[in-house]
Ligand binder design. Structure first.
Ligand SMILES: *Cc1c(COP(=O)(O)O)cnc(C)c1O
Length: 451
């Protein structure tokens, strides 16, 4: 067994962490967890305020999920899905179709959110080239400003967070970009009341001009999470879906972050009665236990890939661990827990409680905007509340507030100067209060120091 000091040293020297400036990295080693509490190797406890990066759903070490994994281990850990199958993965595919928006009929499994989007992008492209009335000129995509769809080159291409994508620009394919329908810092002449019409108008203008060459519009429904929990105006998703249908552009709904109850319903698309052409799922799919993703699509898309072996119309894409049965069994168990524990039914009072605390936080001096949808919240810290002038990225005010919260036993990870509250759905009202209190006192502490 390595010593504590060795672990700290190796974590800094050997392990290269994602989205982390390693020159400044200070190790935090979480060794175990129970429910919504994480414990580090020194036994310190932290509430998991961001669901271990937006994926944990029912808490850690849930007996139902742990038990399902153990039982699957007694059968098999992995078999290939390439030209073969296993009962657990088949059952999960059917269960996902049963709960998904109507019209989604087929499930393609992959490994993580990036590949769920990558698959949708490639399927859309191939669909236009193989369906009976071919449209091979449809080769570009439409996406929103500050969009985040993952880190593989295809999903980076549709992504719009400059800080992440700029350096890779020469590697990326063509994407038309629309401004994010954000309700904070509105364009001149646009109000909260007119924002929906304005942004749908922008979308329609681009579609009108370019629809002949656009394969698909990629969107994070209701909330652009990595953008800073940017909440879209109500009606944007259904309006966009309608415009896509009218202009024959496929709709890819990236619910990697917002799926599985985060917005208050199982899927965000269900708030606006939308069935996209592709529904991308990952993070919460396995309750936050194992990497697995799913891209759901319609019969219309699926049929364009059917033909004889000689026609080479199959979808030539696949990962070694596609449909892994251990991940599938824990995803099934997670769906069982949703039903047995009434996970979604228990959300409204928690969502309301969070809203009440956010209203108080909104009054604090550093806070420019608070945004919430379901159990997802973003708190944007600004230099000037009146003008919405942003804080500098390098000042790391968001990070400093989170370090303060950590000292109070709440683990958070900000997005620049946007504080994120993204707890497991199983969070208790008391734990939720502890998160919001730590955020509040963190903001006050930093404000006193900067003043
Ligand atoms: C996290 C995320 C992804 C990427 O998922 P990974 O599992 O990290 O590859 C894609 N889209 C959205 C909306 C996400 O939040």
């Amino acid at each position: 067994m390595p010593t504590r000091d060795e672990l700290y040293r190796w974590d800094r020297q050997v392990l290269w962490h994602p989205f982390t400036q390693m020159a400044e990295y200070e190790p935090l080693l979480i060794e175990r967890a129970q429910g919504c509490t994480l414990y580090d190797i020194d036994g310190r406890a932290y509430i998991d305020g961001v669901s271990s990066l937006w994926c944990n759903v029912h808490g850690h070490r849930h007996p139902r999920l742990d038990g399902a994994l153990r039982r699957q281990l007694e059968r098999v850990a992995h078999t290939t899905a390439l030209g073969a199958s296993n009962p657990t993965t088949v059952e999960l595919a059917k269960r996902l179709i049963d709960i998904a928006p109507p019209g989604l009929a087929h499930v393609y499994f992959s490994d993580d959110g990036s590949t769920a989007v990558e698959v949708a992008i490639k399927m859309a492209f191939q669909y236009w080239r193989q369906r009976s009335e071919r449209r091979p000129e449809k080769t570009c995509y439409l996406a929103l400003g500050d969009a985040y769809h993952g880190d593989t080159i295809g999903s980076v291409s549709v992504g719009g967070v400059d800080r992440f994508t700029a350096i890779f620009q020469p590697l990326l394919f063509e994407v038309l970009r629309l401004p994010s329908p954000c309700l904070y810092r509105l364009p001149a002449g646009v109000t909260r009341a007119t924002a929906l019409g304005y942004h749908l108008g922008q979308l329609e203008a681009v579609l009108k001009e370019h629809h002949r060459r656009i394969a698909a519009f990629v969107v994070e429904p209701l909330v652009q999470c990595a953008a800073g929990m940017v909440v879209h105006p109500q009606g944007y998703l259904s309006g966009a879906a309608e415009l896509c249908r009218r202009y024959e552009v496929l709709l890819i709904a990236d619910e990697v972050a917002v799926g599985f109850g985060r917005t208050g319903k199982m899927f965000a698309c269900q708030h606006e009665g939308v069935t996209p052409d592709f529904l991308c799922l990952a993070k919460g799919l396995t309750g936050g236990y194992l990497p697995m993703a799913a891209t759901l699509t319609t019969d219309e898309i699926y049929r364009a890939f059917l033909g004889t072996h000689a026609e080479s119309k199959a979808f030539f894409h696949g990962h070694t661990y596609c449909g892994n049965p251990l991940a599938a069994v824990v995803a099934l168990a997670s769906l069982d827990v949703f039903a047995e524990e009434g996970t979604l039914e228990k959300l409204p009072p928690k969502i309301e409680r969070l809203a009440g605390r956010l209203a108080r936080i909104a009054e604090l001096p550093l806070v420019g905007d608070v945004r919430q949808r379901g159990l997802i919240a973003g708190i944007e810290l600004v230099r000037d509340k009146a003008t919405a002038e942003p804080l500098g990225w390098a000042e790391q005010v968001g990070r400093r507030v989170c370090l303060h919260a950590r000292a109070e036993g709440v683990l958070l990870r900000p997005l620049g100067n946007v504080l994120v509250i993204f707890p497991p759905l199983a969070i208790s009202p008391e734990e939720l209060d502890r998160i919001t209190s730590a955020v509040e006192s963190g903001i006050l502490a930093i404000d006193n120091r900067t003043a």
